[in-house]
Design a protein around this ligand. Sequence first.
Ligand code: GDP
Ligand code: ZN
Length: 290
Amino acid sequence: MMRGTIIKGVGSFYDVLTKDDTIRCRARGRLRTTGIVPAVGDNVLIKPGSDVHEGSIEEILPRRNYMKRPAVANVDNLIVVMAAAEPMPDLLLVDKLLVYAEYMDIAPLIAINKIDLVEDDELDKLKKEYLHTEYPSYCISVKEELGIEKLMKDLRGISALAGQSGVGKSSIINALSSDHNLETGEISKKLNRGKHTTRHVELLTIGDGGMIVDTPGFSQLNLSQIMTEELSENYPEFRRHKNKCRFISCLHDQEPECAIREAVDAGLISKGRYQRYLRLLSDLSKQRWY
Ligand code: GDP
Ligand code: ZN
């Protein structure tokens, strides 16, 4: 048996990347009884067939995580993309994506694209919002080929992109992966179809063995599985202060002697991040009652 990673699904076949080759495989019948459908990103054990290029997937190894739409397993990094301008950054969505990544045990990275469109002071304001998260952050311009190399160097394992429509996700994927051309905004508008239609998800190789999901997805999110009590666990800059709150069950809202509110006042947590946290907290508590 050989070990490999599914990089593409093609009808009822899967392309599995092994140490030295890509082998097209079928899922073995026995697998279907487990109810787990093989997904791109799955680490699998395969038996090569008589023909070297056809084999069968015998076993799917345990998944670290699984994202839907597009379906990808074992995502290591989520690159949360915003544009410095055009469109205006939707920071509530950025925060939701960051929370989601934390919750899914995926390391978040922040990419601010289109820096060619703004002055430095405007960019600094945006960077400050996320300074205390200590997430790796990258200021890039696909248009002017700035910052892409640095981002590429830091990517290991499987990376996916998320963010508002139009921030440049497809452009970034194209820039990171030389062997592929995704449709960016204008072309898909010309073809008059959405970008999230029926194309298959695929892992593209980048840099030294890293891989990137070729589909910019995850722009619609539902965080409803997260409990209000655990929301703040997904904020790294909150985690550093939270056991100093007076109440163990503190939601960091109106409670007295809240260390998070104190940290906001002391400038150790961004005010905007905190206010958006309260907004998410209130959204989550409503969802639970209705
Ligand atoms: P997506 O919807 O997030 O996948 O965004 P696209 O990659 O389709 O890009 C949306 C638009 O922004 C396209 O017209 C791109 O050419 C443009 N764009 C992408 N990166 C940059 C950039 O760094 N600077 C500028 N000015 N425009 C960019
Ligand atoms: Zn608190």
